[in-house]
Design a binder for this molecule. Structure first.
Ligand SMILES: [Fe+2]
Length: 367
């Protein structure tokens, strides 16, 4: 489900004290990057450091979201003028466990992290002096542990709309996608538009589809491209098929449940894209869902059976991709059998037979 830093409660801002531009650039940069990645809304730094500010802003520009950074902020004014509670992280404070539930109840939080020596008045002004162990370590680790607990580990699910670079999870090596389209809210919305690949990626990222799902949809897209390249059939509208492949799981920005197909169609309708893409999303589960099954599954009772060749292909290729690896259809069929959905597996096999006959291909040749 899409989760933005703005969705996390309570909102947190960070105040970094004791920054020395000539010595602490790296540590303060890490405090700022960690704050952003773990859901804080912005950071104030006590000493003026334009270079550091610029560095953080360029990260926000590249990786998305609207984290704010200001330097040269008077800490006394920032603390006294803050409309919320002050949490000071220090090894001399109380263990986090004693106070975390109470801290979560607040409306707004300013977390103060210092360098070596924090003046005594900060301890007095703070509503909470919290220690992450009573051992010396780093303000970066303290802040990370604090935000991780405060938000129950949700940092992994955060979306950063507007990102120009998105890192996809990968077991080895690096996989990064670059997106040059403007943020979704600024994308020109012509009714019934067919997005380009770059725009489709922008839609996925800005709607908050998790990176691992984007990885999956790119795998379905790449599979579809190979089919288009090798297939002589002029039956397929390849532009439509490729965009359908990329966008079929857009509903997983809302839910990973069986209703993600319908949710995806709703999201695409709102964006005003070509209706054929909405239908691809709505009908991509298994080899389609019949009205009676839909009723049983608690979905709005209607047929969700893929009809067009593009709808059929996306459903089928999706069945042949486990996460992002291509597998023979038998994997899907066996998986369905194990959970008692024998007819779903049979329908998927029939769909494969039909597509192989119509397109004169053998899908196993693409494994
Ligand atoms: Fe799906």
């Amino acid at each position: 489900m899409r989760m933005l830093p703005e969705d996390l409660h309570p909102p947190v801002w960070v105040l970094r004290m004791g920054h020395r531009p000539e010595r602490d650039k790296r540590v303060t940069t890490h405090v700022a990057l960690l704050s952003r990645a773990f859901g804080a809304r912005g950071i104030d730094i006590d000493r003026r450091d334009e270079k550091l500010e610029g560095g953080i802003r360029s990260v926000v520009e590249r990786f998305g979201g609207d984290f704010t950074v200001r330097s040269g902020v008077n800490p006394r004014k920032a603390i006294k003028g803050f409309d919320g509670k002050i949490v000071h992280l220090t090894m001399y404070g109380e263990p986090l466990k004693w106070r975390i539930d109470e801290i979560r109840e607040n409306e707004r939080i300013l977390v103060v992290v210092g360098a070596e020596k924090v003046p005594g008045w900060v301890y007095k002004e703070a509503d909470y002096n919290i220690s992450i162990t009573q051992q010396p370590h780093s303000e970066v680790s303290s802040l990370g542990v604090f935000l991780h607990h405060l938000y129950d580990g949700k940092e992994d699910e955060l979306s950063f709309p507007g990102a120009k670079e998105v890192i996809l999870p990968e077991g080895s090596g690096k996989r990064v996608i670059q997106i040059s389209s403007p943020p979704l809210k600024n994308l020109e919305k012509r009714r019934g538009w067919l997005p380009t690949m770059d725009e489709a990626l922008r839609i996925l990222v800005d709607l908050g589809v998790p990176p691992q799902v984007i990885r999956h949809t790119i795998a379905v897209h790449d599979f579809a491209r190979e089919i288009c390249d090798r297939c002589e059939s002029s039956e397929i509208n390849c532009d439509l098929l490729l965009m359908g492949a990329l966008l079929h799981d857009v509903g997983r920005a809302k839910t990973h449940g069986i209703e993600h197909g319908i949710k995806g169609a709703e999201l695409l309708k709102k964006i005003g894209v070509d209706e054929r893409l909405q239908r691809i999303a709505e009908r991509h589960l298994g080899a389609g869902i019949k009205k009676e099954e839909a009723k049983r599954l608690g979905l709005p009772p209607q047929d969700y059976i893929p009809e067009s060749i593009e709808e059929k292909l996306v459903a089928h290729l999706d069945n042949m991709i486990d996460d992002f690896r291509r597998v023979p259809l038998s994997h899907f069929v066996n998986r369905m059998e194990k959970i008692g959905l024998i007819d779903v597996g049979e329908r998927a096999l029939k769909l494969q037979e039909e597509l192989e006959r119509r397109l004169k291909v053998k899908f196993d040749d693409f494994l």
